[in-house]
Write a protein that binds this ligand. Structure first.
Ligand SMILES: Cc1cc2nc3c(=O)[nH]c(=O)nc-3n(C[C@H](O)[C@H](O)[C@H](O)COP(=O)(O)O)c2cc1C
Length: 181
């Protein structure tokens, strides 16, 4: 049991894996994979989640698949764009499909992307929602300001210091997830 690889899921608060949040989550997953984890990115463009409360949402097959995947997983990387000082509606709706029974006691690594100057609003707001889900976000976190200039053509972070912070965030999530599972 102790030797089984950790299962780690990536979620972005946007619909495209090519969005900046999608790129950031996939970079975190790449590092996690290099460190031995089994990783999967849930791409909302391929498997959209309905708006919570809309007609038919409670029996939507994507919701069932999403919640089963959450239950099977040990840890999660979340990245949201900052919209008007908080997480995107897409990220909040994604979190609204999570319940304590799926993610309670499991570890989260939080990231955000901003068009403007870096701040921690989105990260703090995600922490508040996760508290209601009994999730365990690690203290390390990453907000990327002026995100349009943050990635090179290969999808790596241009700023080496930010890359180091991302590596530390990933290591912290995997280490905490090993202890908590
Ligand atoms: C509706 C909306 C609101 C936004 N609000 C903010 C904001 O409050 N602060 C900020 O720095 N950037 C803001 N932005 C810019 C996004 O954070 C930025 O475009 C995103 O992180 C980058 O993702 P993308 O390039 O993949 O779309 C906003 C963008 C949109 C569309």
């Amino acid at each position: 049991m102790g030797d089984k690889p950790l299962k780690v899921i990536g979620l972005a608060g946007e619909y495209r894996s090519s969005s900046k949040s999608g790129m950031l989550v996939n970079l975190a997953l790449k590092i996690a994979k290099e460190q031995g984890a089994d990783v999967e990115f849930w791409d909302l463009a391929d498997r959209p989640l309905p708006l919570v409360g809309e007609e038919g949402c409670w029996t939507n097959p994507n919701v069932k698949a999403f919640q089963s995947l959450l239950e099977e997983s040990d840890a999660f990387f979340l990245s949201s764009p900052e919209y008007h000082g908080t997480m995107s509606g897409v990220m909040k709706n994604t979190m609204d499909w999570m319940y304590d029974k799926h993610v309670g006691g499991k570890v989260f690594g939080l990231m955000s992307t901003l068009g403007g100057v870096t701040n921690a609003n989105t990260l703090n707001h995600m922490r508040i929602s996760l508290r209601w889900l009994h999730g365990w976000p690690v203290p390390e976190q990453l907000a990327i300001g002026h995100v349009k200039e943050a990635f090179d053509e290969e999808g790596s972070l241009v700023d080496e210091e930010l890359h180091q912070r991302l590596s530390k965030l990933v290591s912290s999530v995997l280490s905490a997830a090993k202890k908590l599972r």
